[in-house]
Write a protein that binds this ligand. Sequence first.
Ligand code: CUA
Length: 336
Amino acid sequence: WRQLFLFGLLALALSGCGKEELSALTPQGPVAAMQFDLMKLTASIMIGVFIVVVLILTYVLIRFRKRPGQEGIPKQVEGSHTLEIIWTVIPFLLLIIMAVPTVTTGFTLGKEYNSEEALQVRVTAHQFWWEFEYPDLGVATAQDLVMPVGQKVQFTLTSADVMHAFWIPALGGKIDTNPGLDNKFWLQADRTGTFYGKCAELCGASHALMDFKVEVMEQDAFAAWIDKMKGVQAVEPAKAQTPLAVQGQQIFDKSCLGCHAVAGKGGKMGPNLTNFADRTLIAGILNHDDENLAAWLKDPQKVKPGNLMPNLNLDDEQVKALVEYMSTLSVKDEQK
Ligand code: CUA
């Protein structure tokens, strides 16, 4: 019993109960709500079936147990049309009760919305990070998905390498991202705030670390964010201010820009870093501070095994300069 109790506690802890930002059990949008309704329906039917089966089993075990003085095998029963009809019809009805709402919800969730009806976002999954593009708005970002509140967002999802799955438990999901294929689905957030997303398909050494953040903003704040990103991404990166940051920018332009874009310049191999300083997490998992950024730059493999960022073998001073420069990559008005 003690082991069972501990196991129960462990299961509860692992389920992430109580963490609204990462729980499918506290839906924060219509898609998550529909999926949660299906979960409740199927779970209650399954629990009902389990209870009935256990009750009948217990009754039979007690009622027909071997009694003292009993000899031989009791009278055997073979075939009963009534029983067979009952245990065929009941599961059939239960399956219908589950199938009708499941299929209906499936069609509702599978509906595609065009640019006039929903914000379009293109998601590309990479080992082990997320790329988010707003094709109609000409804006690209990574790791932090920004969404307006109360509006449908139509996602088109693909992968740059292996199969991943896109999942924001509090808002709904999940859906596979496959290389060479576009999958579509939509989500909506009914309140502002920060939510967390996960990769839900085993995709390599750092699958468990392939997290992302979802920032749900008021409509005006979202429009303002888009405007700033657009403004910044149309131009060359601004010149760094302090001498240390200038040195950092030189290192960045030489070693990082080939893979990472900042403003309107750079490669697409790695996450777009235009608004890097505004993100609260580094690589989707570390708290954003200078120390963690330095640790990441010094040895990315140690933090996220198997990721594609090479170790640049930077010395402490170069790391310091890079950290200084990267902390200027912000589209917010006031610098952190
Ligand atoms: Cu990507 Cu698991």
